[in-house]
Write a protein that binds this ligand. Structure first.
Ligand code: NG1
Ligand code: ZN
Length: 530
């Protein structure tokens, strides 16, 4: 058939190295950039098929997030700005792994199985991070899209959450916002400024916020947005990409895993600092105290701050909307206990990977989800949004109308499509300002249990299988019993292992009463895995 001829012809320029296999995992495809050209071309093709199938605009983001600069990756964005639906991940994997002579069959299979009408319209939007390899790889995506004669728009350098936002806008007739980067800045800055203007706390006692941009796209985008936030937020940007290497000794993942400040940032005692990751969909906060001790405020602390704030507003508007918090096994035990026992908020544990948290959070009127590593957002159901918007005008008291207005601003400020460092940062900054809360006071809400995360290289990580939201192993036989015995030797302890979905390693996590014990426990469990 005509359209496949063109596809096969162009594929020669993006030939797959024979024998190379990759898997569409929790974060799409991710590996060394030089192995990805054929994958990009084929994801361009797949995006066109997905677009025809859903009769919507589909996104393709070229990034490897917090991975080293030499890596790259690609993920597809579904119509409402969500991650690609799970059933299509299999198609992505099959398509990426088909040898050149199998490509036609792989494509025909998808078209047949999904009964795709190739005459249907399609449109793909493309974005990329700042990696040196990203531009050429995004051109390979475009080659795939045009081989199918599809419409497309290349948005160039954007953060991952900006592309998710754009996809959602394009498929909702602009009701979510203008489908441009400028539209994103307008929407978020208006909501932020409206929110912060209601703060009773004076400008004078506000310190500026220091941002570690991980030498990535987030730094670029913060520079563009900065002027929209004046004078309510003053920012100091470090690791802006002018000297350092992407994600090297900086960024949210580095800070979270090593529990220390990034290089290249100037920290003064008591001053708020935050780090983005390489594609700006994660954020963690931190500060150093007067004794120069480092304090981390990770995704769990962020989830607690945001859910507490929303819960307080819900009481004021007197709406009976249910709210739940979704975490993963990596959530610090103290955060879970605080949310359940003090805040009386139901907490759920999902498997690692945003799509799992996102789906669980959709079950609530208001679903707050965060991975401990700082990836997260808040989802408002249609019902919740409607009720809140209505109360802005019809609330029975001044106080309830004001609270409804704040909730409405939060809805506009949060990027509901995916975790977003910039959006989350603005939500946090607004809450701290409205509550007159310093970073130390926020940190004091609960005390983290000392913890350690390690990784172990094994011959084949797939020999480990887990259950119960990855908190226990069922394979290989005997491993869980071993871990249980080791954990028993420590106080207030917990540990689990799971195969990573993005790296060829097994991850080990441990918590205990002291840092020494958490470290020792993590080491012992590593040995049990090895
Ligand atoms: P893996 O490699 O499966 O642990 C990591 C993060 C996830 C998620 C993905 C996607 C940890 C422990 N794991 O997954 O939370 O962010 O990368 O980027 O942080
Ligand atoms: Zn990321």
């Amino acid at each position: 058939r005509m359209h496949l001829e063109a596809v096969l012809k162009s594929s020669v320029r993006h030939a797959k190295p024979a024998g190379l296999t990759l898997q569409y995992g929790t974060a799409g495809f991710r590996t060394k950039a030089e192995h990805l050209d054929h994958v990009m071309y084929r994801m361009g093709l797949l995006a066109v098929l997905r677009s025809k199938k859903t009769k919507s605009v589909i996104g393709v983001m070229v990034t490897a997030s917090h991975n080293p600069e030499e890596d790259n990756g690609v993920k597809l964005v579904d119509p409402m700005g969500e991650m690609l639906v799970q059933e299509w991940e299999v198609y992505a994997t099959n398509l990426a792994n088909a040898e050149e002579h199998e490509l036609q069959t792989a494509l025909t299979n998808i078209i047949k199985e999904e009964t795709i009408n190739m005459q249907d319209e399609s449109c793909v939007v493309i974005g990329r991070d700042t990696r040196p390899s990203s531009e050429n790889l995004s051109l390979a995506v475009i080659d795939g899209v045009t081989a199918f004669e599809s419409r497309y728009q290349d948005y160039g350098l954007v953060s991952t959450p900006q592309l998710h936002y754009i996809v959602c806008c394009r498929n909702t007739d602009g009701r979510y916002g203008e489908p441009t980067v400028e539209g994103y800045y307008q929407k978020l800055s208006k909501a932020f400024n409206d929110l912060v203007k209601q703060s009773p706390n004076s400008e004078a006692d506000k310190k500026s916020l220091s941002i570690d941009g991980a030498n990535g796209i987030g730094a670029l985008k913060i520079r563009e947005m900065e002027q929209h936030l004046q004078p309510l937020l003053s920012l100091l940007l470090f690791n802006d990409g002018s000297k350092g290497k992407l994600n090297h000794a900086c960024g949210a993942d580095y800070v979270k895993v090593l529990q220390k400040a990034p290089e290249g940032i100037d920290m003064k005692p008591g001053e708020r600092c935050c780090s983005f990751d390489g594609d700006a969909d994660r954020i963690v906060y931190y500060y150093k105290d007067n004794e120069h001790r480092f304090h981390l405020l990770d995704g769990d602390k962020i989830a607690t701050l945001i859910s507490t704030f929303i819960k307080e507003l819900l009481v004021k508007v007197d709406l009976t909307l249910n709210m739940g918090v979704v975490q993963t096994a990596y959530a610090n035990g103290s955060s879970t206990r605080y949310l359940e026992e003090i805040m009386k908020v139901p907490v759920y544990c999902a498997k690692t990977g945003v799509k799992h948290l996102h789906h669980k959070a959709q079950e609530f009127d208001i679903g707050v989800y965060f991975e401990a590593n700082g990836h997260g957002t808040v989802l408002f159901s249609k019902r919740a949004e409607e009720q809140i918007r209505q109360l802005v005008d019809t609330g029975t008291s001044e106080e309830s109308r004001k609270a409804a207005q704040m909730l409405k601003n939060v809805i506009d400020l949060i990027n509901q499509t995916v975790g977003d460092a910039i959006s989350d940062m603005l939500v946090i900054e607004a809450i701290l300002s409205l509550k007159g809360l310093s970073v130390e006071k926020w940190d004091e809400i609960y005390t983290d249990l000392p913890n350690r995360q390690l990784k172990v290289k094994v011959a084949d990580r797939r020999v480990i299988e887990t259950t119960n939201a990855e908190r226990r192993t069922i394979k290989p036989p005997g491993l869980q019993e071993n871990i249980d015995e080791i954990v028993k030797k420590y106080h207030m302890s917990r540990a689990f292992v799971r195969p990573s979905g993005t790296e060829d390693v097994v991850r080990v996590y441990a918590e205990a009463d002291t840092q020494e014990n958490a470290d020792a426990l993590a080491h012992e469990v590593c040995l049990a895995v090895f």
